[in-house]
Design a protein around this ligand. Sequence first.
Ligand SMILES: NC(=O)c1ccc[n+]([C@@H]2O[C@H](COP(=O)([O-])OP(=O)(O)OC[C@H]3O[C@@H](n4cnc5c(N)ncnc54)[C@H](O)[C@@H]3O)[C@@H](O)[C@H]2O)c1
Length: 341
Amino acid sequence: MKKLKAAIIGCGNIYPVHADILASKENVELKHMIDIKENRAQKAAEKYNCEYLTDYSKLLDKELDVVHICTPHFLHSPMAIKFLESEINVLVEKPLALNYAEGRKLIQAAEKSRAHLGVAFQNRFNENNQRAKKILEAETLGKITGIKGLVTWHRDRDYYLNDEWKGFYKTEGGGVLINQAIHTLDLIQWFGGPVKAARGNVDTRVLDDVIEVEDTADATLFFEADFNGIFYATNAFSSNSPIEIEIDCEKGSMRLFEDQLLIKKDGQIDNFKENSDTDYKAYWGYGHQRLIDGFYQDIWNDTQSNTINAQEGIKTLELIKAINTSSKNRSKYYLTGDDSA
Ligand SMILES: NC(=O)c1ccc[n+]([C@@H]2O[C@H](COP(=O)([O-])OP(=O)(O)OC[C@H]3O[C@@H](n4cnc5c(N)ncnc54)[C@H](O)[C@@H]3O)[C@@H](O)[C@H]2O)c1
């Protein structure tokens, strides 16, 4: 098996999750760490014994197979497009892009390239989410009749003031929807299937003197399979309380909460506890290892089956666009999947 040469761009909060996994892989050589903040790039390179750079475009002169993009949202699409054009495989952290229009451009670049493009929606790989998905596919509980997603987290003034890119549409692309609740939106549509319309409301209620993006959003989602979903997300709670997803079905229900999956059927409750050992923040989930393993397997085998690709990654960006547009127009927004921004 060919040893793949990898680089990580952006050495902030999330990069060690990628770096630790790559450093432990036999057939991967972690070669370069890149950050515009030289001290971060240098420190990361020392820790993982590789070379550092401050200008990511210099990577294009190197012998490289895979790049992991762990930078602020506005850089995801332009960076990924450059590497895809050079036939270098790209794993981009969530979100796929800054917004839906940028995501469409990235899809076009991926379609023209022979290289692989994956997006880090690692929570799909958590054991209980996989278990719930299989139950839904097998219709053990019958068809879905309703779905609920709740994200009530805490992001304070310092969170935004300490990071120059957070809190602004130009650099973050939005607030709680695109940054914190995007995994929950992804799971809701992965479990429930295509959403045909959304009626939403977004607002900045607490830190409106610091941020321009929304800190609170709610939506009713109208699924093609003829049931409704309800969704609520805020960054204005007092703590990061566990995310909750509940799925009602014809013959029972499932509730995902913290590391538990409760399945109710015929008056009986089964409880599955996730193996949740992690050195990182639990709310990031435990799936990066499986997601990255699958992505590299697809590169080695030239398959697509283990990767969350751009077509999957853009679904949340269209949902976010739908919720925002509906809120602005005070009317239901129909998702079209087309190229318009
Ligand atoms: N999958 C998850 O659960 C998860 C969790 C946390 C963060 N993330 C995502 O990871 C990405 C990074 O988030 P973070 O919290 O690590 O951010 P961060 O701000 O801590 O790190 C980003 C790094 O990118 C660097 N950077 C900025 N511009 C650059 C450029 N032009 N070239 C090279 N480096 C540049 C910054 O200096 C910074 O060190 C975001 O997309 C975020 O949404 C995902």
